[in-house]
Design a protein around this ligand. Sequence first.
Ligand code: PNS
Length: 179
Amino acid sequence: MGKVPRRQSLAVFPGSFDPITNGHLDIVARGLNVFDRVRLAILVNPDKKPLFSIDERAGLIRETYADNPRVEVDTFSGLLVDYAERVGATVIIRGIRAISDFEYEFQMALMNRRLNPSIETVFMMPAESYSYVSSRLVKEVFELGGRVSDLVPPAVERRLCEVYRSPDEDCGPDRGRAP
Ligand code: PNS
């Protein structure tokens, strides 16, 4: 029997990504083990006051995945399930770091299922080493002078440096390296 051509699977990974962290990267990598393409969809949320604008957040993700054509970036507003259906995604990916994430995620998944039963939510667990990493803590730690280089991709660390450090500080790729 001949092979039946298969439609490429697309999973949407929605979030605020303010900014993207290595925990998100870990979830994207796991998503790519299961789906052909993963699209990070940044919510345009006028109620939140983000550190990085939506364009900056998208740019940082684009820079991080410049060499990976299977990872896409987009923004959306309105209902997530409507967005997913519009772009032809059948799956929503969400990361669960700890039980404390579960209740909110469970509620969202069930609400999304009620809104559109043809879109499935898949929960993925990041490596334990990222179980405590969140965008909020990364910003706080960096702002207070802590090191976040193992927690965010280089493009994000550079941008955090530009935002929080004094104008004369070197935020280039060699920052912090021994001379
Ligand atoms: O990274 P976050 O802030 O935890 O992501 C939350 C997000 C964007 C996944 C969620 O707020 C969302 O999907 N918002 C879109 C509006 C929507 O569809 N609401 C109903 C979901 S139950």
